[in-house]
Design a protein around this ligand. Structure first.
Ligand SMILES: NC(=O)c1ccc[n+]([C@@H]2O[C@H](COP(=O)([O-])OP(=O)(O)OC[C@H]3O[C@@H](n4cnc5c(N)ncnc54)[C@H](OP(=O)(O)O)[C@@H]3O)[C@@H](O)[C@H]2O)c1
Length: 279
């Protein structure tokens, strides 16, 4: 249990629901210790109350009175408005946790003076409780605040603590990362179909292969290179396939993709960007 703290979710969209599923499903937070609000979608708020047994409200002053931990799960474009709404009711007894991509701690702390804040960067695998989430603590957040935020996000996957200047790198790596894996999976399915397999069969084989490789990586604790060596016999089939990927510059393409995504993250924040690979 998150220490008998009332957890409030501002925003009731995809990320909020994925978090609810993890927090309530693991018993990290009990439903009557959780309150959710959104902007105007009554149907969605009603469904979350029915399905999860959480309290709902549209009264942000009341929500802030009740809450100990306030998770901001609104789109980046709505963040400043929400910060303005809660600022009069926020104090140093709250912990504010933002999941909004690209919104810096500075923006949050300018709006919420003296309020402990944590910035997070989860990824879309939060929906299946397998997120890779980076956290960083703001200037008024202390170790116990970071511990609470870590506990909340461990309910939906793995957590790492990273200095805020590296959040663009995290965005390029694990934020955009699921899409790189989907592209690999898409190409593998296509190759299977071209080789004569039914599309559904190829899809099943590929999704289980990706899942299994991910589990090996995460559970064995071994370096990916060691795992790769273990499944590659000299002059065998895997080596023949890997050689093509090496010849075609697979690793370089991945490095460049992650650099470009991180550069785009900086660009979206309005920071001048040097495109990797150019002088
Ligand atoms: N989805 C992901 O996998 C993912 C991954 C990493 C980070 N994130 C971050 O998570 C955040 C939320 O993304 P999402 O995909 O969950 O968005 P979403 O599905 O569009 O949900 C946004 C929610 O914010 C609510 N909202 C907007 N203005 C509000 C206000 N003034 N007061 C209260 N609630 C308000 C909306 O309410 P109404 O529906 O009533 O308008 C909606 O419930 C984003 O900042 C995104 O960067 C998402």
């Amino acid at each position: 249990m998150a220490g008998n703290r009332v957890v409030a979710l501002i925003g009731a969209g995809n990320m909020a629901e994925a978090l609810l599923r993890g927090l309530l499903g693991t018993g990290t937070v009990a439903p009557d210790w959780c309150v959710v609000t959104n902007k105007s979608n009554d149907e969605r708020l009603g469904r979350l109350a029915r399905e999860w047994g959480v309290r709902t409200t549209r009264d942000k002053a009341q929500l802030m009175r009740d809450a100990d931990v306030v998770i901001l799960a609104v789109k980046p474009a709505d963040m400043r408005g929400v910060l303005r709404e809660i600022a009069p009711h926020a104090s140093d007894r709250h912990l504010v946790v933002s999941v909004a991509a690209g919104i810096s701690l500075d923006v949050i702390e300018q709006a919420l003076d003296g309020v402990p804040a944590i910035r997070t960067m989860p990824n879309t695998s939060t929906a299946v409780s397998a997120s890779a989430t980076a956290l960083c603590a703001g200037r008024w957040a202390e170790a116990p605040h970071l511990a609470i935020a870590s506990q909340l996000f461990e309910a939906v996957g793995r957590v790492v603590v990273v200095p805020e200047p590296l959040f663009d790198a995290v965005t390029g790596l694990s934020g955009s990362g699921p899409a790189y894996v989907y592209l690999l999976a898409e190409a593998m399915v296509e190759a299977g179909v071209r080789a004569g397999l039914d599309r559904d069969v190829a899809r099943d084989l590929v999704s289980q292969t990706v899942l299994g490789a991910g589990k090996m990586l995460s559970e064995s604790g071994q370096h990916p290179m060691a795992l790769r060596h273990r499944v590659t016999s000299p002059n065998g089939t895997t080596m023949a396939g890997l050689r093509v990927l090496e010849e075609r510059g697979f690793a370089e393409a991945v490095h460049e993709a992650i650099d470009r995504a991180a550069a785009r993250s900086r660009e979206l924040r309005g920071e001048p960007v040097r495109v990797p690979g150019t002088p």
